[in-house]
Design a protein around this ligand. Structure first.
Ligand code: MTE
Ligand code: MO
Length: 384
């Protein structure tokens, strides 16, 4: 069993698949902390977790005029300044289960918690590429940076993905070769000892257990770059889909969801109030500027209070424009409407480009169930 060496996991996780391991935290735990504890951070593995020995680990960087650069973990840590960012990671399949309710899609049936937020520490990819011989004239001929993982299937095929070279070398792109997560070594499930952290970009490009980086004229040839993680029309089915016709997902669209209360919860009339909590985030470093919440299915709205730090702590300085990599947690406490027996709680977020979420799922439904970001709706009963 290639999974026999997989690490132990936190019992609170909701497991979507055991081998490979895929799991998400309970929604109400997610909104308890601005920084998601690593143990309950969602886990999305396509393959067995590789056993990597830090002492013999080497990262190879290819495709630059300097030839191949090989770095040990120690060299990665000591030759380059350590840079720390707080960034949210979201799987393209987050909230897929809502698409499944409209019409069957292919993929793991994620709820709303295939998203988490952590502090990552490591070398900047930009600094490492410069050390390997990157100069602006390279950008005239090569447009992609490919990442290869050390996790393999039975045929020896490794996980891989790529990002645009301009994201990788941009001083404001903040792409990391991370060796720390929340101030500790990256745990085995999250890519020990080194993973790519590509803030603002879909989870799939944040390659874990990083073995090789290739600067190239081509995108990664991997299945996950070419034939997966792409968006299609609701009218496209498995007989007509042409994966070459759509670009690989990179930046993700605006997203928000309600973590508290959960669907089907019961609130007592005597409590007089209801508190609604959730998260909001947008891709590409776009900052969430507002979250609207409705208790009546979208007829009337109020603006939620947002926070961008742990509860009770003053928020740090706001991120520079275009570098809002972390989510915001939000909250609304409102009186229970006098007449209602049931509430349909809805949330929707707005980013600083005024991108907003679509109101329903059917117009964004797609056969792979990715990019599921419709207004999130939760029904709650009021007990008299
Ligand atoms: N990297 C490797 N090497 N293997 C993988 O299976 N899964 C990707 C990405 N990087 C994956 C990977 C996907 S689809 C997602 S959503 C994120 O890792 C999940 O990261 P996490 O498990 O740290 O939450
Ligand atoms: Mo993913």
């Amino acid at each position: 069993d290639p999974y026999s060496t997989d690490p132990e996991r936190h019992p609170a996780l909701h497991i979507n698949n055991l081998k490979p391991f895929n799991a998400e935290p309970p929604p109400e735990l997610l909104s308890d902390s601005f920084i998601t504890p690593s143990a309950i951070f969602f886990k999305r593995n396509h393959l067995p977790v590789p056993q990597v020995d830090a002492a013999s680990y080497h990262l190879h960087i290819e495709g630059l005029p300097g030839g191949v650069l090989t770095l040990s973990l120690e060299e990665l840590k000591t030759r380059f300044p350590k840079h720390t960012i707080t960034a949210t990671l979201q799987c393209a399949g987050n909230r897929r289960s809502e698409m499944n309710k409209v019409k069957q899609v292919k993929g793991l049936n994620w709820g709303i918690a295939a998203i988490s937020n952590a502090t990552w520490g490591g070398a900047r990819l930009r600094d490492v590429l410069l050390a390997a011989g990157y100069s602006p004239d390279v950008a005239q001929r090569a447009f992609h940076v490919q990442f290869e993982g050390l996790d393999k299937d039975v045929t020896g095929t490794t996980y891989g993905a790529s990002i645009p070279l301009n994201k990788a070398v941009n001083e404001e792109g903040d792409v990391l070769l991370a060796y720390e997560m929340n101030g500790e070594d990256i745990p085995p499930d999250h890519g020990y000892p080194v993973r790519a952290v590509v803030p603002g970009t879909v989870g799939a490009r944040n390659v874990k257990w990083l073995g090789k980086i290739i600067v190239s004229t081509e995108e990664s040839s991997s299945h996950w770059q070419q034939n997966d993680y792409k968006g299609f029309s609701p009218g496209t089915d498995w007989d007509t889909v042409d994966f070459k016709s759509a670009p690989a997902i990179q930046e993700l669209p605006i997203q928000s969801a309600i973590t508290v209360p959960t669907d089907g919860a019961v609130v007592d009339r005597s409590s007089e109030e209801v508190t609604v909590k959730g998260y909001a985030w947008s891709g590409g470093g776009r900052e969430v500027v507002r979250v609207d919440v409705s208790l009546d299915g979208g007829k009337t709205w109020q603006v939620a209070q947002m926070r961008s730090s742990e509860k009770g702590q003053a928020p740090g300085p706001s991120p520079p424009p275009g570098r809002a990599w972390a989510w915001k947690l939000w909250e609304v406490t409102a009186p229970l409407p006098a007449e209602a027996q049931e509430l349909e709680i809805v949330c929707k977020a707005v980013d600083n480009s005024y991108n907003m979420q679509p109101d329903t799922v059917p117009p964004i439904w797609n056969l792979r169930g990715v990019l599921s970001n419709a207004w999130h709706r939760v029904k709650v009963k009021i007990r008299e």
